[in-house]
Design a binder for this molecule. Structure first.
Ligand code: ADP
Length: 266
């Protein structure tokens, strides 16, 4: 994995942004946003310049995970043009569709509307120089995904799944979506989240609550890389809720897992 280079952007390039990586899941609630947030801080800790675009129109959770839900992007002047300035925390620049909706308001974004808003957050935003822009996609494989894929120069995609059959079936559709001819985005690999649970009182026992190695097996079936696994850990859920990604902590098993996934990804 050390010699692997991220593929070059194919679509309309965005000055200053080297790689745009889509993070997808077939099914909702499998930990796509948790993985996005932790990969972002891991990349940042490795010295890369990182941004996160939260495109999950059904439940934008990145602002909460970065403790910036009360903030709003300011407008700045860049070369005579007014641009949106991403909010920043933990060294990561953030724009979210959640910044443009009222709390507790369920917004039904139609595909073209969502695509337009997302385009603005990419092309009319003052991201500055970025090595990686991670895009937290909505779950599933709908029209919105198609328009995002067709309008944005995505470098590669990461698919998150739990080992459970219903999640895997949807992850498979996700991989197929990226690989279909009109989209043709390289799949960087699959992350297995909630891979197992280890109770504190039985530290040597692994319980495969959602099934064993399902996502790993899927990656072999589909011949796409397996990026790594994240166990089911209470502190990971808590770190998301309090807005301080777990990967910020040094020398923990979780930090190491996210580092390994990141190394396999880039
Ligand atoms: P998605 O973006 O796929 O909808 P989220 O990242 O929002 O999923 O995760 C759904 C819920 O599960 C959140 O409450 C999150 O904190 C929790 N969660 C995700 N991954 C893990 C994990 N490995 N261990 C414990 N809780 C997790």
């Amino acid at each position: 994995a050390t010699e692997k280079k991220a593929p070059e952007i194919k679509g309309k390039p965005i000055p200053g942004i080297k790689n745009i990586i889509a993070v997808a899941s077939g099914k909702g609630g499998v930990g796509k946003s948790t993985v996005t947030a932790n990969l972002a801080v891991t990349l940042s800790k490795m010295g890369f310049k990182v941004g996160v675009l939260d495109a999950d129109i059904y439940g934008p959770s990145v602002p909460i995970m970065f403790d910036v839900a009360a903030e709003r992007p300011l407008s700045v002047n860049v070369d005579g043009k007014s641009k949106m300035k991403p909010v920043e925390n933990y060294g990561v620049k953030i724009l979210s569709i959640g910044f443009f909706t009222k709390p507790n308001q369920a917004v039904i974004w139609r595909g073209p509307m969502a695509a337009k808003a997302l385009n603005q957050m990419i092309f009319d935003a003052a991201w500055g120089a970025l090595d990686f822009l991670l895009v937290d996609l909505p779950p599933g494989t709908g029209d919105i995904h198609l328009s995002i894929m067709q309008s944005l120069p995505i470098t590669g995609a990461v698919v998150v799944s739990t080992p459970q059959n219903v999640a895997l079936a949807d992850a498979k559709k996700g991989v197929a979506m990226f690989q279909q001819e009109s989209i043709n985005v390289p799949v960087l690999g699959i992350v297995e989240n909630m891979a197992y649970f280890t109770p504190q009182e039985l530290p040597n026992n692994k319980y495969y609550i959602f099934g064993e190695q399902g996502a790993k097996n899927l990656s072999e079936d589909l011949q796409v890389p397996f990026l790594g696994e994240i166990p089911l850990v209470q502190s990971l859920r808590e770190s998301g809720d309090i807005g301080r990604p777990a990967a910020l902590q040094e020398e923990t098993p979780l930090e190491e897992s996210f580092k390994e996934i990141t190394r396999n990804m880039v």
